[in-house]
Design a protein around this ligand. Structure first.
Ligand SMILES: NC(=O)c1ccc[n+]([C@@H]2O[C@H](COP(=O)([O-])OP(=O)(O)OC[C@H]3O[C@@H](n4cnc5c(N)ncnc54)[C@H](OP(=O)(O)O)[C@@H]3O)[C@@H](O)[C@H]2O)c1
Length: 247
């Protein structure tokens, strides 16, 4: 559902990581509809080209791995940046006994360290712009535990700490920092999980609204936080979880 005005992000440049699929793609399309110039980042060129075709005049694509120094250098060198959706994230679902050290590093490196490094690089062009808004993609798993998701929960709890601390530190410079915490959304990340009927029941039993979030539900919260509609909102989280964590 598109409920924002087409000028909501007019004259703003917004960088979105993990923008070629799932939640990031929905955010990129909605930001373009709201008048932003969007820089969409992912590793797969063909997916980014498909995205760009939807709004070629507004969407610029960067084929980059967010973990690379070349990426953060490029972000830092931007003349101006008004918004960042730090959306990349991954999961390695398994019990603690089955997790290898490589899984621990992969989840913490992408879900936490890359968000910190991207946000740090974004500060220079945001200060050039006189301020900005950063949205870190969190999860309902930042508020609860869940079986097989120790690494993911740990990383997303960290995302909440990062957002609060950055929100406090950067407020005097006019940079707001918040997070969005969705429940399960059907995307390439979660589609394989929902092949399992027992897992599907586990999820639906825990969502009081008895439905999954859509990518647009999540994008709506992100766009609100990017925009001046949330001018007094920083260091907090919008949960888009149908009530999962309210119980
Ligand atoms: N889906 C859910 O149910 C759900 C629920 C709560 C929170 N979340 C969070 O929402 C975020 C997005 O999830 P999603 O389900 O939309 O994911 P997704 O469908 O798997 O999409 C991930 C996106 O990130 C890109 N990406 C992955 N690694 C990258 C890297 N190293 N550098 C640059 N781009 C990279 C992918 O493209 P390439 O592979 O081509 O790079 C793709 O565009 C994550 O932080 C996730 O934890 C998701």
């Amino acid at each position: 559902m598109f409920g924002f005005n087409e000028t909501l992000l007019k004259e703003k440049t917004v960088l979105i990581t993990g923008a070629s699929k799932g939640i990031g793609r929905a955010c990129a399309l909605m930001a373009a509809k709201c008048g932003a110039k969007v820089i969409a980042v992912a590793r797969t060129q063909s997916d980014l080209e498909l995205l760009q075709q939807e709004a070629p005049e507004q969407i610029e694509v960067w084929v980059e791995d967010v973990s690379a120094v070349s990426f953060t250098d490029k972000v830092k060198a931007l003349p101006q940046l008004h918004g960042l959706i730090n959306n990349v994230g991954t999961n390695r679902v398994a019990s603690m006994l089955e997790q290898a050290d490589e899984d621990l590093d992969a989840v913490i490196d992408l879900n936490l360290k890359s968000l910190y490094r991207t946000a740090k690089a974004a500060l220079t062009p945001m200060l050039n712009a006189g301020g900005g808004s950063i949205v870190n993609m969190s999860s309902q798993m930042a508020y609860v535990g869940s079986p097989g998701r120790t690494l993911y929960c740990m990383s997303k709890h960290g995302v909440e700490g990062l957002s609060k601390a950055m929100g406090v530190e950067l407020a005097p410079q006019g940079i707001r920092v918040n997070s969005v915490a969705p429940t399960f959304v059907l995307t390439p990340l979660t589609e394989p999980m929902f092949q399992d009927e027992a897992f599907k029941s586990f999820v639906f039993d825990r969502i009081p609204m008895k439905k999954l979030a859509t990518t647009d539900d999540v994008a709506n919260a992100c766009l609100f936080l990017l925009s001046d509609l949330s001018a007094m909102v920083t260091g907090t989280c919008i949960k888009v979880d149908g009530g999962w964590t309210a119980q």
